[in-house]
Design a binder for this molecule. Structure first.
Ligand code: ZN
Ligand code: ZN
Ligand code: ZN
Length: 365
């Protein structure tokens, strides 16, 4: 399929979702709805870039100096570029003038939305996820292939970690984080999104910011990293232990591994997002770690590192073919140690398919 055909198809699906939900216009700016729909990434700037989609039109409003970056598929959308002396809010408001209900992208800056509200009194606003979310969450074959390629690249870095090729003891978490980031790029990622390195008691904070703490022998080292490759994200967590792990850590890892496997196996078409969380959580609860598993089991992944659907208690959304998400249970003992095991999984009619294949052992180095 040509990219113009792909974007036309996505826009017509969005329009169908808009009709279904009585949404008259979609307004997206920075964030990933825009590249998903027309292939263009807006710069996060004080200059407004906005795509307005109505039943009959799609128009990209873009600062003139950025217009050269737009690959303009004239059959898919119109292009309106604005000069520095123009008011892009007025231009955008005009495109939205006939809409009673407007869906707005999550990452639209408040500074633009607040000004737009003044131009468009009496409208109803909903989030763009209402009309784009289900579509973006359901990956097609090309998107699944892109996730698999990004996953394989992250796997290669995880394998380097497990083989002891990334020096740990005596280095700071920040230095190891920079090392992992460089390796993600060397393995083909275009951007590094994060590289969490947390040693010992720092690993009990799930989103620890790698700092100057020096990694020591006798510690667990949690590495959770990912980036974007050809527009799609990777995200993997592996832990290594520098020396022989104590018995409680070994036991916890065995339980964590079973929990993660249970979560992955629950990722079946027709199940619910909640059931993935329940499957992983109940293993840890039964093993006595329930109070130490302090976050949801997973998040959707695609163009964004975290997106719909979320694998969390209370999310009864049925899992569909093409849903891509992380399964990442963890055990966090405050002030002592923490561990997490994470793979990306795509639900398919043939069952859950992992995008990561690096061994899931607590590797001893
Ligand atoms: Zn996270
Ligand atoms: Zn992660
Ligand atoms: Zn994750």
């Amino acid at each position: 399929m040509t990219s113009a055909a792909l974007y036309s198809q996505r826009l017509s699906r969005v329009r169908a979702a808009m009709r279904e939900r009585s949404v008259d216009a979609l307004l997206v700016s920075v964030g990933h709805d825009l590249p998903y729909l027309i292939g263009y990434h807006a710069m996060p700037l004080e200059r407004l870039t906005a795509l307005v989609v109505t039943a009959s039109n799609a128009t990209l409003v873009v600062p003139r100096l950025e217009a050269p970056r737009v690959e303009h598929h004239a059959s898919v959308f119109d292009l309106v570029s604005w000069d520095e002396t123009h008011d892009p809010i007025a231009v955008t408001a005009k495109l939205l003038r006939d809409a009673k209900c407007i869906a707005v992208g999550d990452q639209m800056w408040a500074r633009f939305l607040v000004d737009l509200l003044a131009h468009l009194p009496g409208r109803t606003y909903v989030r763009s996820v209402e009309v784009v979310g289900a579509l973006r969450a359901t990956k097609d074959d090309a998107e699944i292939a892109a996730l698999a390629a990004a996953g394989a690249a992250a796997d290669r870095v995880a394998a380097q970690l497990q083989r002891g090729e990334i020096a740990l003891a005596g280095r700071t978490e920040a230095a190891v984080s920079a090392d992992i980031s460089a390796r993600l790029l060397a393995e083909g990622h275009d951007v590094v999104n994060f590289a969490i390195v947390a040693a010992g008691e720092n690993a009990s904070s799930p989103h620890h910011h790698p700092g100057r703490r020096e990694i020591q022998r006798g510690e667990i080292v949690l590495c959770d990293f990912g980036g974007t490759m050809n527009g799609y994200c990777s995200d993997i967590t592996r832990c290594v232990f520098l020396g022989e792990p104590p018995a409680d850590v070994q036991r916890a890892w065995a339980d964590l591994r079973r929990a993660q496997e249970a979560g992955v196996q629950a990722g079946v078409v027709g199940g619910t997002c909640e059931s993935v969380d329940t499957a992983a959580r109940s293993v840890l609860e039964d093993a006595g770690w329930g109070e130490y598993f302090i976050h949801r089991t997973g998040h959707g992944i695609g163009m964004e590192a975290h997106e719909e659907p979320y694998m969390v208690h209370g999310n009864l959304l049925p899992i569909a073919h093409g849903h891509a998400f992380s399964v990442e249970p963890g055990i966090y003992v405050p002030g002592q140690w923490g561990m997490r095991l994470e793979d990306i999984v795509v639900a398919t009619v043939d069952g859950p398919q992992r995008m990561n294949h690096t061994p899931r052992d607590l590797v001893v180095l």
